[in-house]
Design a protein around this ligand. Sequence first.
Ligand code: TYD
Length: 349
Amino acid sequence: MRLLVTGGCGFIGSAFLRAALSRSSVERVVNLDVLSYSGRRENQSELEREARYRLVVGDIADAALVARVFQEEKIDHVAHFAAESHVDRSLFAAQAFVHTNVLGTLVLLEAARGAREKGRFERFLHVSTDEVYGDLGDTGDVFRETTPLSPRNPYSASKAGADLLALSYVKTHGLPLVVTRSSNNYGPRQFPEKLMPLVVTNALMDRQVPVYGDGKNVRDWLFVEDNAQGIFAAMERGRPGEVYNLGGENERENLTVVRAILAALGKPESLIQFVKDRPGHDRRYALDSRRAHGELGWKPAVTFEEGLARTVAWYRANEPWWRAIRDDSFDAYYERHYGKLGLKEQPTA
Ligand code: TYD
């Protein structure tokens, strides 16, 4: 397998790189990452010593660069992670989401199609998200792979665009492509703008932790290493043209998650600050992952309690990693944007 991983300096991509390099079937891994704000070189620096591995810094929407990488490295597999992924950012700066998530995906699909036509491309794994399905509300059932896509914010709309574009290449160009849609990931190296690492790092600094709305929104939490294993299994064994939900089977209300983190850190619940709700805030996501269980033989292996303990321990042990991110510029960015959105300043209780 000569594998191109996009976004391998990010949170999920770097976990996948580690999983891929542990397999002997993988002859070469090239990581194409633009090293934007959330792509952290240190997430993969220890891998740079590995002879099978190469980091290329660049934009997936740069067609000439992507074509060169395909040609130089004789790429026959793609695992496509690179994406703008934070819903809150998509509320005030949606353009980057269309550029990377839609246009970047198109460029990769075209490169894979070109390689396929030359007879040397085997599998494209497109990493999507449960957020493309939209919102279950309080009482909805669960999302199945056949549930119509109904994204409700610019982030999920851009991911839905990418997801459908990817699937269209199966129909129109016969590209052997598989899509995974996973639930919320958590674990080491997640950029501290997302709920869990924001709460962990704020609490470690004895700062307030913002909970949107009533804190009763539900997410299904999947430990990042379990997702990496599921994605690898889908790339190896998934049927072309098929979508696989990868759910954590750990539905939790946000407030429950926040309380569990504070308890694990020995911090008081008085740090919780209820703030104005996120506009268009999806109430609940939950996935039916039976297809992945049956066809891929995949199931999450890490319990929520174990995953949370490992996550909290990692942030405790790797303070230089998050301190480098949570500097004055992070605070200035947060004040500027979250103040405007009301996600910081206007407590509801
Ligand atoms: P997030 O980590 O942004 O992931 P997503 O929106 O993709 O699910 O948010 C997870 C949940 O936590 C979501 O319901 C929004 C909520 N949330 C807060 O209550 N406070 C915060 O500061 C953040 C970042 C999120």
